[in-house]
Design a protein. Sequence first.
Length: 417
Amino acid sequence: MAEIELAKGTKNINSEQKLVRNKVMNVLVKVFELYGYLPLETPTLQRYDVLASKYAGGAEILKETFRLKDQGNRDLALRYDLTVPMCLYVSLNPQVKLPFKRYEVGKVFRDGPISSERFREFWQCDVDVVGTSSILADAEYINIILDVFKELNLVVVVKVNNRKILDEVMEYCSIDKDKRNSATLTIDKLEKIGSDGLKKELKEKKLTSDQIDKLIKLICIEGNNKKKLDFIKKFLKNSEGIKEIEEVLAYAPDAEFDPSLARGLAYYTGIVYETFLKNAEIKTSLVSGGRYDNIIGDFLNNGQKYPAVGISFGLDRIEKAVKLNEKTSTKVYVIPIKQVEKSLEVLEELRSNNINSDMDLMDRSISKNLDYANTLSVPYVVFVGEDEVKKKKFKLRDMKSGKEEMLSVSELIKKLK
């Protein structure tokens, strides 16, 4: 008999968690649409040759790709991100008006290591624009990130770099071109493995000690944005990558320049982003992305350029970060004290005014009803007893502060709306 358990790297989302997820998703969609982005939906199931093409995510991500065959023996795969399917959509619909601004929320799959913050099935919320190489588009994403987390009452740090700078640094360090993608993947793990781990892994990838020392000197810089840029400019003359970073920071000065930020996927060509909670236990990135100017043009192979830039919000991690503690959408819980009929009238008045309301239907004691409301984190309860009915005023208790006040139905509605 099969074991009754979930597949490794997956999880159920209970009602309490789903309510938090809905709130986060609503904030994301609200901000995306505020900036003029429209929704798109792409298939979870993709052709493997598309996801595995040299224009897509690169060899490393393919190691984590879930592969399967259909009954026609065709090679298929579950998408590992939302970016490549979106690029395929534009490739198949070249008549779309540019710039094409879209957002998509959906599940993606990666057969990688599992941890408390990393699953094999997880949600991404992507927002991308295709058809503009303007640095204003790159800067806009920093503002989108900051607006989202402001709505969620979370303080974050948005880190930015430019893959062109990394390439220029590797050129300065005399690192062969055929080793640069591999070195970039190692740099991308710097936060996890530290500088000693970085040196060890780069040495295993056949970089010389001199190359490694120069590289670390140029990517591990302390100080504010100006200090980092002034230092790196001494070594990289007439740097296109630095010029672009300076332009982005001029439009979005709250971002932090981090020359060690790499982003592991091979398709990035310019500005890249990572977003972290400030002073928090969750150390993994909540939002990541960057510019990828080549994928769509390479898919089409028609000689045209389709510059693109976008970011991806990791919904599961953001949910964990959000300290909403929202276990219910119910705003007020009505407790009848031998006054069921009047309680139903009050309940109906509240609901007709779009106030999420519930009522005890089990004839429980006051203490048990209060325990129930407290367990679900309902912010208010209303007592409907004989005295309240006579006075036409009902006791409203704030469950957080314990404060109570006597209010008419109209006053209740005004207070709770």
